[in-house]
Design a protein around this ligand. Structure first.
Ligand SMILES: Cc1cc2nc3c(=O)[nH]c(=O)nc-3n(C[C@H](O)[C@H](O)[C@H](O)COP(=O)(O)OP(=O)(O)OC[C@H]3O[C@@H](n4cnc5c(N)ncnc54)[C@H](O)[C@@H]3O)c2cc1C
Ligand SMILES: NC(=O)c1ccc[n+]([C@@H]2O[C@H](COP(=O)([O-])OP(=O)(O)OC[C@H]3O[C@@H](n4cnc5c(N)ncnc54)[C@H](O)[C@@H]3O)[C@@H](O)[C@H]2O)c1
Length: 461
């Protein structure tokens, strides 16, 4: 058995950042990654970067090909090629960032625990290796949930978010099961490429965590794009036909059955922590009912030698949360033990449709339901000059303000560039600024940021 200073299982965002940091401090680090097409992790290979590349391609050039089926198909194939070239470049760069460091050894193989402080690596070349360390970090991410639908595993036309992005031919009709982040972003992406998209979600409420006025606005914009939503939709079976696939569905509210035909089906029903291969019991590491590694607020597992970071520990699944997990661990190992998972709230998120939907903090509906003393300011996106120059006037902006202190408690921006502008609100909230700070701030012009002057100056309701 080889002893190293640190073992990191999984080449995700938090893990690769930690590896470089530890190596810089002179630690001898082993990075274990089972898939050589995943160096750099989910974000750059199958997650954020490829999806946002395709959404950009679909949005920017899709409008030039709209309605011309031959051009649409060619444009889609070219967009997939561009995406592949970008992810290959980033994967190579990520690999070399670690592999070229003399203090880091990257192993291509699957890691699994064999004791409290020992990991065996089933190397891709067939050999097995044993590594021991007092510092082991699990960063194995999550995988798509495959719902228990009859025929789902037999069909040749069912895809996950990973496999559909390998499809080089544009599906003319796409059915998406699940209307969460992945469902909405892929619905928008494929509709922009020219597919006819139907989204089936089992819930009655569309994006239930958002305010109802925001949800209605998002749905209206997506429907304007031709996307069809079927709520209360239980997909009972999926069957391949000679020229497509048939989904048999049941409307759980209306109590009737119906069928949908498509060329491809995307499963977007959530992602579950990837712990199955790790043999966590051998290391005395606890998991919860969903298979997530249980951690304390400094990301320590029930084994004092082992930490977990990123999607594998459950909770919000975002690249920047995995990165922040790295900061918490860095502080735990070398700092003042001040950072923990409880002190990062609130943090923003964005759904990359057009216009993007971005949110931070509490929503109006939740604040009013809990009887908080709040006021709400709102502004239509069409009143922002920059929205006109960008030809994207859909949407609205709103913020929840504490009536006593004037501080911002939350904001939802459904407007052009909102995935950028929300970060300004995050900084104002984190630094305890009142809404009037943004009302009177000097922003560049014309920009979507300057909408915050007007938003925060609106009369509160
Ligand atoms: C389609 C899609 C779009 C997304 N878009 C966004 C977005 O726009 N913004 C955002 O913030 N987040 C987005 N996310 C979520 C984000 O990608 C993830 O939250 C983030 O990448 C998780 O990183 P991680 O550090 O947990 O590990 P990952 O990056 O998931 O890395 C885990 C690695 O561990 C490897 N592994 C697993 N088991 C083993 C084992 N036993 N041995 C060795 N290696 C193993 C895997 O192969 C993988 O490479 C998206 C996700 C998806 C799927
Ligand atoms: N922009 C971003 O930051 C971004 C983009 C994509 C993904 N992600 C991350 O990836 C994670 C996974 O995304 P996701 O969209 O798969 O999960 P999700 O949890 O966001 O949404 C899953 C949806 O599927 C529905 N659903 C579940 N089972 C169903 C079934 N059998 N039939 C019909 N509907 C069903 C749920 O009602 C829900 O609306 C997210 O939690 C998110 O953190 C982030």
């Amino acid at each position: 058995m080889e002893k190293v200073d640190a073992i990191i299982i999984g080449f995700g965002k938090g893990g690769k950042t930690l590896a470089a940091d530890l190596a810089g401090r002179g630690w001898n680090v082993a990075m274990i990654e089972r898939n050589d097409k995943m160096y750099g992790g989910t974000c750059i290979n199958i997650g954020c970067i490829p999806t946002k590349t395709l959404i950009h391609q679909a949005n920017e050039t899709g409008c030039l090909t709209r309605g011309d089926k031959t051009a649409e198909k060619r444009h889609y194939t070219e967009a997939i090629e561009k995406k592949n070239a970008l992810t290959a470049m980033l994967r190579d760069r990520n690999y070399h960032n670690l592999a070229d460091n003399p203090n880091i050894r990257v192993y291509h193989g699957e890691g699994r625990f064999i004791s409290h402080n020992t990991v065996s690596v089933a190397l891709a070349d067939g050999d097995t290796l044993e590594l021991g360390s007092d510092h082991i970090f699990i960063n194995t991410g999550a995988r798509s949930i495959i719902p228990a639908i009859e025929g789902v595993r037999d069909s040749q036309r069912v895809y996950t978010s990973t496999t559909i992005m390998q499809l080089e031919k544009l599906p003319q009709r796409l059915a998406i099961i699940g209307g969460g982040y992945i469902g909405l972003e892929f619905a928008f992406m494929y509709a922009s490429f020219g597919s006819d998209v139907t989204v089936l979600d089992k819930h009655s409420d569309f994006i239930p965590k958002e305010d109802r006025d925001i949800a209605a606005a998002v749905k209206a914009v997506m429907e304007k794009k031709g996307i069809e939503f079927r709520m209360n939709a239980r997909t009972e079976s999926i069957r391949d036909m000679t020229d497509g696939v048939k989904l048999s569905c049941h409307d759980t509210e209306g109590g009737y059955s119906y069928e949908i035909e498509a060329d491809a089906v995307l499963l977007a029903t959530g992602r579950r922590p990837e712990t199955g291969s790790l043999n966590l019991a051998a290391a005395g590491i606890e998991t919860d009912a969903r298979g997530a590694v249980v951690v304390d607020s400094r990301l320590k597992t029930s084994n004092p030698h082992v930490w977990a970071m990123g999607d594998v520990k459950g909770g919000p699944q975002f690249t920047y949360i995995s990165l922040d997990d790295y900061r918490i661990i860095r502080d735990d190992l070398f700092g003042h033990h001040a950072r923990n998972t409880a002190d990062r709230d609130p943090f923003a998120y964005a759904v990359f449709i057009d216009p993007p939907l971005s949110r931070i903090g509490i929503g109006e509906d939740e604040a009013r339901a809990s009887g908080m003393d709040i006021g709400v300011v709102r502004l239509p996106a069409a009143s922002v000059p920059r929205a006109h120059t960008l030809e994207q006037t859909d949407g609205l902006l709103k913020a929840v303000i504490d009536k006593q202190t004037g501080k911002i408690l939350g904001a939802t921006l459904f407007c052009a560039d909102s995935s950028e502008v929300i970060n300004l609100i995050a900084i104002a909230m984190k630094t305890g600024q009142p809404g009037t700070f943004l009302r009177d701030f000097i922003f560049t012009h014309p920009s979507m940021s300057e909408a915050l002057n007007d938003l925060m100056g609106q009369p509160m309701t």
